[in-house]
Write a protein that binds this ligand. Sequence first.
Ligand code: HEM
Length: 134
Amino acid sequence: MFASSLSFRTAVVLGLLGIVMGITMAASHDHSVMPAHAHLNLLGWVSLFLYGIYYRFHPTIDSSRLALTQVIVWALGTVVLTVGVAALNLGKPQAEPIAVVGSLLILSDMVLFAVLVFRATDTVAKAARFEPAE
Ligand code: HEM
């Protein structure tokens, strides 16, 4: 599977979960897990969708195992961080290690993405699948 396809699909699933979480918060008038909701939406929906767009414009990276790994680790880190942050917000300080693991997964995976970006040799123009208009 292409990294971009996995990014888009995972982003949609996590975005739906984030929206359901937001509606649940609004309906219950209990905003205590607001930071978890914000992280789930911004890491899970927005960031993953942006990764998908980047990979779609760089076909060589898009088909690499490293990019696929980057998307999987990001999704995993997002879920772990969201669970850890939500548990902390719900008054469970013992969940701190979960939030720490999630944040380190996210940090190391952003480093991996930075490596992929700086190593990229294909420019958007060269990699683009569009043909110039006649
Ligand atoms: C139907 C969809 C959504 C609902 C019902 C919803 C609901 C909420 C609610 C009730 C809060 C708490 C506000 C407060 O306590 O001040 C909140 C905060 C937040 N939401 Fe959502 N949300 C939705 C979608 C999204 C999406 C798609 C994103 C990001 C792409 C997002 C990002 C955030 C952020 C960043 C905050 C924190 C804002 C702050 O710090 O004041 N939300 N949302």
